[in-house]
Design a protein around this ligand. Sequence first.
Ligand SMILES: [Zn+2]
Length: 523
Amino acid sequence: MKNFYVTTPIYFPNANPHLGTAYCTIMADILARYHRLKKDDTYFLTGTDEHGLKIFEKAKQAHKTPQEFVDEIAVNFKKLWKTLSISNDDFIRTTETRHMKVAQSIFSKLLKNDDIYLGHYEGWYCVPCESFWTNTQVGEARICPECGRPVITAKEETYFFRTNKYLEQLKAHFEKHPDFLLPINRKNEMFNTFINQGLNDLSVSRTSFTWGVPILENPQHVMYVWIDALANYISALGYDSIDDQKFIKFWEQGEVVHLLGADITRFHAIYWPMILMALGLKVPNRLFVHGLIMTKDGKMSKSKGNTIDPFGLINLYGADVLRYYCAREIKFGEDGVFTPEQFIERTNADLVNNYGNLVNRTLSMINKYYDGIIPDFVSGVNKEDASLEKRCLDVIKEVDSLMEELKITEALGVILELVDMANKYIELTTPWILAKEQRHEALKSVMAHLAHVIYVATMLLSPVLVTTHAAALDQLGVDATIRDYAKLSQFGVLNQGKIVGPTPLLPRLDVTKEVERIKEIIK
Ligand SMILES: [Zn+2]
C-alpha cells in the first residue's frame, strides 16, 4: 500500500471538451481506479485553466464576462467526466480563491528569494491583439500570426524567473531518475531542443491584460499562465494552507504522477521542477507524455470537419466501450489514429467475441451441468489445468508491473490473452464430451477453473470497464467480500457460488451499420 496521486493537465476552457481531453482523463482515471483496486490511498485531480487573454477575448465575443464564460464551459467538462464514469476526487479551477491565494503566495516566495526579478520583455508586438510574438511567429513578412496585421517592436515590463539558477539541479535530477520523464524520446527531445541549448529566463507576468491572478507586490501585473497553471497540482492539495494534510500525504509522502500532452512537456519537465526546487519542495515522481488521437486526415480540428464528439460515441456505445478503445487501441505514449472501423472491430473482437463469449459460455455450462452452482476448485485433475493456473497467477503480477510502469495498453493485452487462453482451454478440455461421458471430476474442475479466470480477468478489467465488470461479477455471483484484489490469487474463493444469468454483457455490433452511424457524428 502506498499513497498515489495522479493528475491530468488542467484543460483550457476556450471551447467544449473533445475526444483528446476525454482520452487523457480516461487514462488518468484507469490509473486511479487500478490503484484504488490495490487499496493504495489514491487521489485523482483534474480541472480547468481559466485565465489569460484568449479566454478574455472569447468571452467578449460571446458577450459574456470571462467568469460567466468559464463557468459555463467548466460545467460541460464536469458533465463529460460524469458521463465517462471519471472518478476524480477534486476538480480545481484556477479562478477559485483557494487556488489564487496559493499562486500568489508562491509568486511572493519566489520574489522574496530572488528567483524572480523585474525586467523587460522585448519582441514583436501586435497592438490590436495585445500580444508579443517571436521572430518565427511573425515570419519575414512581420505580420501577426493571429490577425495578419503588421507588428511593431515593443518593450513590456515583466517579471522573469531565473531558470539558470536551477539548471544544474534539474540536470542532476534527470540523471538520477531515468524514469522521471517518459516515454524516453520525450526526455531526449527536452535535452536536445532546450536544456543543452541553455535556457532564457522565463517571463512570468503580463501588464497587457487583466484576466489573471494579480501580483500582490505590483498589481499592474497579472501572472502569465505558467506559475498560475502549474500551481494547481499543489493548490488543490492545500499546499500553504492551514489544512495541508492532503499535501503532506499525497505530495510529500506519495507517488506523484502527472499525465500531460506533448505541447506542454517543456513547462512540466523544465519549469515546474525548477519552481518546486526554488520552493524547496519535492519534484513529481513521474511525468508521462501521452500521444494524440488523430483521424486518417491528421489532427482533429473544427475547420477540417474531422472532430469526434465524445458524448456522441458514449450515446451510441456507452462509456465502457469508449474507455476500453482508448486504452487498448491507442498505445499509451504514442499517437494513434481513430477510425470507425477499428473502433467497432476492436469492440467486437475483444469485448464481445473474446471476453463476453467466455463469460456467456462458461455461465451457461455451469447452469446446464451444475444448476448454476460453481463446483469446488481442485488442482491437477485435467492435464490442461496447471498451465492455466500458472498463467492466471503470472498475469496478476505482470499486469501489476505493467501498470506501475504506466504501460496500460500492454496490461490490457496481457489480460485479454488470459481470456483467450481460457477460451482455448474450453476447446482443449471439451466439457461437452466430459459431460456425455459422465466424467464429473474432470468437468467440475474445468468449470471451477473457468470461473476463476473470469473472476481474475474481470477484476483486472474493472478500472476500464466500470459498469460492465460489475454486471459480470453479479452474474458470476461474486459477493462484495470477494471483490477484493488480495483474493485474486486464492483459487477456491468462488466455491459453491451461485450464478445469476447469463445475459450478454455487450451486444455484437454490425460493422457496416455502426461505421455509418459513427460517420454521422464526425463533424
Ligand atoms: Zn494581431
